[in-house]
Each structure stands twice: as structure tokens, then as C-alpha cells.
Design a protein around this ligand. Structure first.
Ligand code: HEM
Ligand code: HEM
Length: 177
């Protein structure tokens, strides 16, 4: 299906650089959990990347914009229903379920890196609620990231499109109109 379709650019270079830098920095933070210098440095990088992505979601090219892929719960559920019945239509950008996952990931990363940055200040260093927010949002990633990877796998099968390759090259096969 659509194997011979020409490929078209979808993910701009900054979205791809953002994504793979995020994977490295979040990976370091989850591997070194204890507030070491490297954990803190990687955490500030995550904070900067999330801030960049929030701006890019409004001013970036078409498929980077939130308006292109953030949908309400109704649209997300109906997409998941179509997916279960194996008749989900392919999207050139993120599908509605992928869009919801991205909102969850970005919100949780903002909480984790924001609370982490607070823990880096003298005023909030040992404040219990900040530590609690940090521990919960940080550990939630051990659920959200595997769910994200499952979504990428299911989406790749449903659309017969290698989404991992698309996030590397920026290109996808053109949809049949
Ligand atoms: C720490 C781990 C990860 C985090 C926090 C993360 C986060 C994200 C975010 C925020 C996006 C949205 C991209 C954008 O439009 O800006 C995304 C998309 C994507 N990620 Fe990840 N990611 C992680 C790991 C991975 C890994 C290991 C893979 C490789 C299999 C992967 C593959 C993808 C793909 C293929 C997309 C595009 C999905 C689509 O086509 O709709 N991610 N990820
Ligand atoms: C998105 C970025 C970050 C992630 C995913 C993350 C993740 C985590 C995780 C999972 C823990 C272990 C929590 C527990 O189970 O008790 C932790 C602890 C900690 N993190 Fe982060 N972190 C991030 C950013 C930061 C930043 C920017 C700082 C400070 C500048 C920081 C400072 C700390 C400290 C001080 C601890 C030990 C807290 C305690 O004793 O409860 N983190 N982080």
C-alpha cells in the first residue's frame, strides 16, 4: 500500500534535532537519578528544549504546529476506535493519539525539569512538595516513554510507514488523496 508513493518532507530539521537531543538528555536524567552534576545539566537542557518546542509549536512550519496535531478527547477516542477496527486513516503529521501523547510528554517534561530547576535553587533545595512533584513527574516517564514507543510501533504498522525512519530523515510517503 502506497509503497511507490514519492516521499515528502514532514519533520523540519529543528523538530528532529529537538527530538533526538531530548532522547539523550531525558535518557541521562532517568539513568542518573540522584541529582548529580550531569543529571542537573541534562535537566536544564530538557527545560530549554521544552521551552523551544512550546514556541516552535506556534511559529514553526505546518506539521510542527500544535494546531496541526492537538485534538480534543473525542477525536482521540474516535481515532483509537478506528485503529482497533483497523481502519484508521493515515496522517502526514502526528495522528490524534500521537498528538495527545506529545501533549502528555511535554507537560510532564515541563513539570520534571521545572521542579528539578527549583531543586537547584537555595530557596527550594529541600522543600518537600518540590521533591515530591519531581519524583512523581520524573518516574511517570518510565510509563509515558514506553507508551510512546508502543504508539510509534502501532502507528508504523497501521500506516505501513516506518515512523522511526521518518523522525530521522524528516520524510514520509505522500498520502493518497
Ligand atoms: C526519552 C525518550 C523520548 C521522549 C521524551 C520522546 C518524546 C517525543 C516527542 C515530544 C515527540 C513529538 C515530536 C515533535 O513533534 O516535536 C516525539 C515523536 C516521536 N518519537 Fe519520541 N521520544 C522519546 C524516545 C523515542 C525513541 C527511542 C524513538 C524511537 C523509536 C522515538 C520515536 C519517535 C517518533 C517516530 C516520533 C514521531 C511520531 C509520529 O510520527 O507521530 N521516540 N517523541
Ligand atoms: C526532565 C528533566 C529531569 C528528569 C526526567 C529528572 C528525573 C529525576 C528522577 C526520576 C529522580 C529520582 C526521584 C526519586 O525517585 O526520588 C530525580 C531526582 C533528583 N533530581 Fe531530577 N530530573 C530532571 C531534572 C532535574 C534538574 C534540572 C535538577 C536540578 C537542577 C534535578 C535535581 C534532582 C535532585 C536534587 C534529585 C534528588 C531529589 C530527592 O532527593 O528527592 N533534576 N530526578
Amino acid at each position: 500500500m502506497r509503497q511507490d508513493a514519492p516521499s515528502v518532507p514532514v519533520w523540519d530539521p529543528l523538530v528532529r534535532l529537538f527530538h533526538w537531543s531530548l532522547v539523550v538528555a531525558v535518557g541521562i536524567d532517568l539513568f542518573l537519578e540522584d541529582g548529580t552534576d550531569l543529571h542537573d545539566a541534562a535537566g536544564y537542557v530538557v527545560l530549554g528544549l521544552v521551552a523551544f518546542r512550546l514556541i516552535w509549536g506556534f511559529v514553526g512550519p505546518r506539521h510542527a504546529r500544535f494546531a496541526d496535531f492537538v485534538r480534543g478527547p473525542g477525536a482521540v477516542l474516535s481515532y483509537l476506535g478506528d485503529l482497533a477496527r483497523r481502519r484508521a486513516r493515515p496522517y502526514l503529521g502526528h495522528n490524534p493519539a500521537g498528538g495527545a501523547m506529545i501533549v502528555l510528554l511535554l507537560a510532564d517534561l515541563a513539570l520534571a525539569s521545572g521542579s528539578g530547576a527549583l531543586l537547584g535553587t537555595d530557596a527550594f533545595r529541600r522543600v518537600e512538595w518540590v521533591e515530591t512533584v519531581h519524583a512523581i513527574s520524573g518516574n511517570l516517564l518510565f510509563i509515558l516513554v514506553p507508551l510512546h514507543l508502543l504508539g510509534v510501533l502501532v502507528g508504523s504498522i497501521a500506516d505501513s510507514e516506518n515512523l522511526l525512519a521518518a523522525m530521522l530523515t524528516g520524510r514520509k510517503r505522500a498520502p493518497r488523496e
